[in-house]
Write a protein that binds this ligand. Sequence first.
Ligand SMILES: [Zn+2]
Length: 253
Amino acid sequence: MDVGPTKLDYYEDMFKLQSEATILSYVKGDDGRHALVLDRTVFHPQGGGQPADLGFIAIADSDFKFVVQDVRSKDGILFHYGFIKNSTEEADSMFEKGKEGLLYVDESRRKLNSRLHSAGHLLDVCMKNVGLGHLEPGKGYHFPDGPFVEYKGTVPQTELQKELELDINKLISRGGKVCAAVLPYEEAAEMCGGCLPDYIPKGSTPRILRLGDYPGCPCGGTHVSDISDIISVTVSQIRTKKGLTKVFYNVGS
Ligand SMILES: [Zn+2]
């Protein structure tokens, strides 16, 4: 398929849930699933510990709809997997190269994903507040079925769980603006407390996420617009195994 990387509209504006895009290709993947490839998208793919956005893509001035059931990124190209609603030959022919699509991201799912994901960032801040700043944040799993953040290092099993929960809810009630910006490497490093993780290539322009006045971190995900939009967090379990510590949490409604 001869198409370039998809422009990630959610990268610049993570609160935009509707947009327009041009269809570049309607493909059938190796696994038999059909996918739309667009020149740009507001759909966040599964990745970075965050589930994919769902929703639909409509053809302008028509009733034709493509239901998005999954979104994946491969080599910078985003594949919107799903099916054409009430598929007929006529409907299928509407989703060809060059057609304009109207994109609609499912708002309630995106909101929940953004709250879960943002809570993971805020837990990183709280780990420092409770004296565990020496633990290096690892991967996160921000799916609704059992979200956790992982850290390299072990912690004493004390009253930490309660302490973390109190601290994160204190920060949530205090609130603070959430911003994401693509920055020059040096500026990004400064915003993240002086240095960036090794996986960010030197000289690149990473996207930096910042919650309130706390130090930033590189992130490509979607987030709440204010810390208070996380609403509340419960820390259900802290598990240490093989030199790694997992903090299990969830967001309240
Ligand atoms: Zn993030």
